[in-house]
Design a protein around this ligand. Structure first.
Ligand SMILES: NC(=O)c1ccc[n+]([C@@H]2O[C@H](COP(=O)([O-])OP(=O)(O)OC[C@H]3O[C@@H](n4cnc5c(N)ncnc54)[C@H](OP(=O)(O)O)[C@@H]3O)[C@@H](O)[C@H]2O)c1
Length: 328
């Protein structure tokens, strides 16, 4: 059993990842830390967690845990991932693990220095839905892939929310622009070479709230838009010479539509639906992470993959400053 400590009382931990850790067959939640001891205690009471800390560092220094899950505001991910690694803990850190590709080099150094696992929590790459999309593409189910289309939007104008605060790493691209990118890279094993983009910022918050992106992957193109002040919608479509695959509710499985893939063949002559009810992507994620931390040859999100993903996001910001292509 990999013994986890939870760094903060964040919503994503409360609602999805701690329940997944407690559901997992090879993980146990042993501790929680908060900037406020009372908040940590309330969190511990709710989930029956035995150890409580009123500072993040105190939990990292504890022998009660082997690994940390970090769902801090995005601007603090690199700092606390390095501190956790230096304390000898394995690190599962929320996405995006960094705000600039350059910082991922520091994480790689911390990983090498301490011999621990550091992995970005891209739960979609562990989801049975996305593993099936990859299998279908690899088996030639849609022929030659030519175009990927994606969208991810929600409406959030709460000035207190981390996503609307630049100093906490807010913005649509760090929050959700990472998803069309990671899923396309994951299922195709290809990297974006160059991007074109336009981005709009909120005049009050200063954060990016809408981006339209075109990414050239060489043999195919990915085009997507993301928005933080639009009605909630999410969809990914992979279009090839012999058919296309639509992934419904692709990122928040089962929240904005059924958890399913529809494969449609040439001329709509034949269509197949694959359903994945209750596929529990967060549980799949933490179980795979625990196996990898235990030394198993387990597929997981490496920092090298995170580096490529972040290079795409960095290039999108640069491309938004001018017309034409920007090299990734
Ligand atoms: N993979 C996914 O599906 C998914 C979904 C949602 C979010 N996320 C990621 O998870 C991270 C957290 O998101 P969230 O929405 O759960 O955040 P949140 O509820 O705002 O929680 C962030 C936590 O960080 C701690 N914190 C430390 N310094 C802070 C500061 N200056 N201001 C505010 N909080 C501070 C707080 O815990 P204490 O007060 O207890 O110390 C707070 O509860 C983000 O990086 C986000 O991108 C991932």
């Amino acid at each position: 059993m990999l013994r986890f400590g939870i760094l903060s009382t964040a919503k994503i931990g409360r609602e999805l990842v701690v329940p997944a850790l407690q559901d997992a067959e090879n993980c146990v939640v042993r501790a929680v830390a908060s900037r406020d001891l009372g908040r940590a205690q309330a969190f511990a009471d709710r989930f029956a967690i035995p150890h409580v800390f009123g500072s993040y560092q105190a939990m990292l220094d504890s022998d009660e845990i082997d690994a940390v899950y970090i769902p801090l505001p995005t601007s603090q991910h690199v700092e606390w991932s390095i501190k956790a690694a230096d304390a000898g803990k394995h690190v599962l850190c929320e996405k995006p693990i960094a705000l600039h590709a350059g910082a991922i080099g520091e994480l790689i150094e911390a990983r090498e220095r301490n011999g621990v696992l550091i992995s970005e929590a891209f739960m979609v790459t562990y989801a049975p839905v996305w593993r099936k999309v990859r299998e279908l593409l690899n088996s030639g189910a849609i022929g030659t892939l030519k175009h990927v289309q994606g969208c991810f939007s929600y409406f959030n104008r709460d000035p207190d929310n981390m996503r609307n605060k630049p100093d906490l790493g807010g913005g649509g691209l760090p929050d959700i622009g990472v998803y069309p990118t990671i899923t396309t890279r994951f299922v195709t094993s290809k990297e974006a070479l160059r991007v074109q983009a336009s981005t709009e910022r909120d005049p009050q918050f200063g954060t990016d709230i809408y981006s339209s992106v075109r990414a050239d992957f060489g043999s195919f193109e990915l085009s997507f838009y993301i928005a933080t002040q639009l009605a909630a919608r999410q969809l990914m479509v992979f279009h090839g010479t012999e058919g296309f695959i639509e992934v419904k509710s692709p990122f928040n499985a089962d929240r904005w539509g059924p958890e399913e893939i529809e494969l449609t063949n040439q001329n709509h002559a034949h269509s197949q639906i694959f359903r994945f009810q209750d596929s529990r992507q967060y549980k799949c994620q933490v179980e795979a992470f625990a196996r990898a931390a235990g030394g198993a040859m387990e597929e997981h999100v490496t920092l090298e993959s995170s580096l490529h993903n972040q290079q795409v996001i960095d290039a999108i910001y640069r491309a938004s400053e001018h017309e034409g292509w920007e090299t990734v």
